[in-house]
Design a protein around this ligand. Structure first.
Ligand code: NAD
Length: 297
């Protein structure tokens, strides 16, 4: 049993916190949202009044926050985690943030005498609730070893991707590929249909041929072939356009900073930006298919 502070009990954090409680850990929960706090108490966590109160006497601090600015403020702002946690406490940030922000946080933690790991997740709220997330961890071996049993309680696949920020790097590179492959899959299904093939026939062929990819076989954007896919419920998420856009912005910024060419990544960013600007940020990211069929305003 480990004493854990869990900060950020939103769509993802709520289920993750519940799974830590279920695994027998002693969890002190904190969120700015009172309803989220109530739900965490219902799952067996104890409610903390402030960040300072949450991190008192814990061994690990887990955060699941919206963006880098929240992560840096919660850990290193006035009255933040670093100001109140006991020396030796591990900082484990599971939010999706910029590689640069993750590295800045790790070096600030190091300067203050704490170990920190970035551990962003793949898998949505269903995986968070079920405890089947994939974690990509960046940080020193010692931090990874300490985090592993905690991550095991919240996820199914845990990878050590290397030093600080490498978890975020793996996450955004993967999601950039996902955005690109989803758009490509939508274009292929739309083309096949226009040329006279029905979706199932094209799926049967392409899913066993060289066009096969996750966007097709697990998340087919054309209704029919993959019953659980959002395409069968009018593209309700799932994984929303706005979320994909966040990850593509992070990928584009990281690519710029690293001098990596990401022509298709930038095109994907533009396509999802356009959908978001037109008011479709809440649509599942496979809804590009709907747009290709001219079914969106
Ligand atoms: P969310 O907005 O539902 O939850 C964030 C929570 O953080 C909110 O409850 C908010 O009140 C709380 N919060 C914000 N600032 C705070 C502060 N200063 N102190 C305490 N609490 C604070 O977001 P989410 O969907 O749970 O996503 C969290 C992270 O996980 C994001 O970085 C997101 O990109 C990433 N992610 C989300 C999904 C998904 O499907 N939702 C999938 C993978 C990764």
């Amino acid at each position: 049993m480990t004493k854990i502070a869990f900060i950020g009990l939103g769509n993802m954090g709520s289920g993750m916190c519940a799974n830590l409680c279920k695994a027998g850990h002693e969890v002190r929960a904190f969120d700015l949202n009172a309803e989220a706090m109530k739900a965490a108490e219902g799952h067996g966590a104890s409610a903390a009044a402030t960040v300072a109160d949450a991190v008192k006497d814990v061994e690990i601090v887990v955060t699941m926050l919206p963006a880098g600015k929240h992560v840096l403020a919660v850990y290193f702002g006035d009255d933040g985690v670093a100001a109140h946690a006991a020396r030796g406490t591990l900082f484990l940030d599971c939010s999706t943030i910029a590689v640069e922000d993750a590295r800045e946080a790790a070096s600030k933690a190091d300067a203050a005498g704490f170990l920190m790991a970035d551990a962003p997740v793949s898998g949505g709220t269903a995986a968070a609730d079920a405890g089947t997330l994939t974690f990509m961890v960046g940080g020193p071996e010692e931090a990874y070893a300490q985090a592993k049993p905690i991550l095991d309680a919240m996820g199914k696949n845990i990878f050590h991707a290397g030093g600080s920020g490498n978890g975020q790097a793996a996450k955004i590179a993967n999601n950039m590929l996902l955005g690109i492959s989803m758009i490509g899959t939508c274009e292929a299904f739309n083309l096949a249909e226009k040329l006279g093939l029905d979706a199932q026939t094209f799926f049967d062929i392409s899913s066993t041929a060289s066009g096969q990819c996750w966007s097709m076989t697990s998340y087919c954007p054309a209704p029919g072939p993959v019953p659980a896919a959002p395409s069968n419920r009018d593209y309700q998420p799932g994984f929303a356009v706005a979320m994909m856009l966040k990850d593509l912005h992070l990928a584009a910024a990281a690519a710029k900073a690293a001098g990596a060419e990401v022509t298709l990544g930038e095109m994907a960013e533009k396509i999802y930006q356009d959908l978001d600007t037109r008011g479709h940020g809440g649509l599942d990211f496979s809804g590009v298919m709907k747009d290709l069929k001219r079914q969106l305003d």
